[in-house]
Design a protein. Sequence first.
Lengths: 292, 278
Amino acid sequence: MAAVSRFYYIDEIDPHEFHGYAVAGSLYVGQTKFQTIEIFESPKFGKMLILDGKIQSAALDEHIYHEALVHPAMLLHPHPRRVLILGGGEGAALREVLRYGLVEEAVMVDLDEEVVTLCRRYLPEWSGRAFEDPRVTLVCEDAREFLQRPTGLFDVIIQDITDVVTADYSEAYYRAVHGRLADRGILAMQALELSLADFAAHLRVRQDVAMAFPRLLSYRTFVASFRADWGFLLATAGAELDPFAPDTLVARFSERLGPEAGLRFYGPAVHTAMCTLPAELGDLIGQKPAGA
Amino acid sequence: MAFWFTEKQTENLELNLRVRESLLVERTPFQQLAVLDTYLYGRMLVLDGAVQTTEEDEFVYHEMITHVPLITHPQPQEVLVIGGGDGGTVREIVKHPEVKRVRLVEIDERVVAAARQFLPGLSQGLDDPRAEVIITDGAEYVRAMRGACDVIIVDSTDPVGPAVKLFEADFYRAVYDALTPEGLFVAQSKSPYLDRALIRNLLDIIRSLFPVTLLYTAAIPTYPSGFWSFVLGSKMHHPLTFDERRAEKLDTRYYSPEIHRAAFILPRQIRGDLFQGE
């Protein structure tokens, strides 16, 4: 689909940078109870989802983002049976979690039911058949409120929330997340751009999380539709956040996912690459290289 | 952050409009066609990347391209529009009770269909029983007419793509022949600030055919430079001799008898440049 000449979605990164995405047409534009939602077709990146003016994911490479977000935590954990997803309205993080036969229950908590419904209608490839899986419970509620309710403990918590640099996601919030993790539980979360040009927001989130979690690991991968190296964080409740011995990683990958899993991006070599930060960047965010 | 449409108006000038959503995007056999919903000007028709008309400012263009020639002619009964598939010009033409028949000759039927679907405020004129839409090449169509039209309105896109020949001498000779002995025509002729050479060339062509050749202007916010011109060629009637009572009766937002007169008064530099010795 060709774009209208010179019709762009302009993403203002900050006062010093913007990205322009050519637009071939709008698919849906509206306002939910909580946020604006825009879905459009880009000739280069395919369908793109925007919430409150922030790009969430694009057809071309949502798999990269969601595989990078979900699989490191799911493989690090010795037996991820009960998984909680905070945010992730597209249903793609859920899709990745459900690849694991080990998973007995997946609870997805998203504030905005309309976003979930619109994504299922306009971006059905994102969730596939995830919402029909009997292991899934969808709760439409604010994550902060959900965390205050007695809903049991989780082995893995995946946080796919955009606005993580606001006062809502403070030490108290991450203590609440910590409180919902079982022994050896792992938190994995999206944590904004992580590059030499933009690391300050990631660092701030990392410091917020560090108030509640003693051990954490920043990793990153390039997400083409964001035009950026994207950062993620792993944090553990108590146990060591063990950087994998390479053969453990390979063994768990083939045991739990294997070639039939149909992953397009993630694998043991990519895992190692994502967790390897250039020394300069590691210094800037205070992360020592593995084995140091 | 936001959707922005940019029209590259010249090598050195762009117009940016913030867009709520796109309503239609397609490639027709003739051009790229889009209807975008803008925050400032409402729905906007875009052909090959150039703004054709918007809901908020279309009235200026459509009233001025229509009422000046139709009021200049004392009895405009047969009117021909070349281009103008959005229907805005026809909507203005059918306000004149003297008009018996309007033929709109549009080369791209998708433009008419898009206007009927998304710009009903413009296309409504096409439903008038006196109006007839003919989908064919306007330049060819006019060539087949002889002394049949009282007024011809050339409501074309700019001289790129399908409209190139609507800016050539051959076409205006055919327009001349298609008009009655009292007939006159008007064509949009771009910006007096940005397109002086094009206007000069058009005026030269028209002067060689019509005893009355004039330029008039209007302020149209979404067109390049905001200051727009129309060329008028008339076999007999002079536009500054007209029936004010007829002009006064029209239901308009921009056009009035005073505007009709004022539109022909050109800034000194432009007049000096285009009408030396007149």
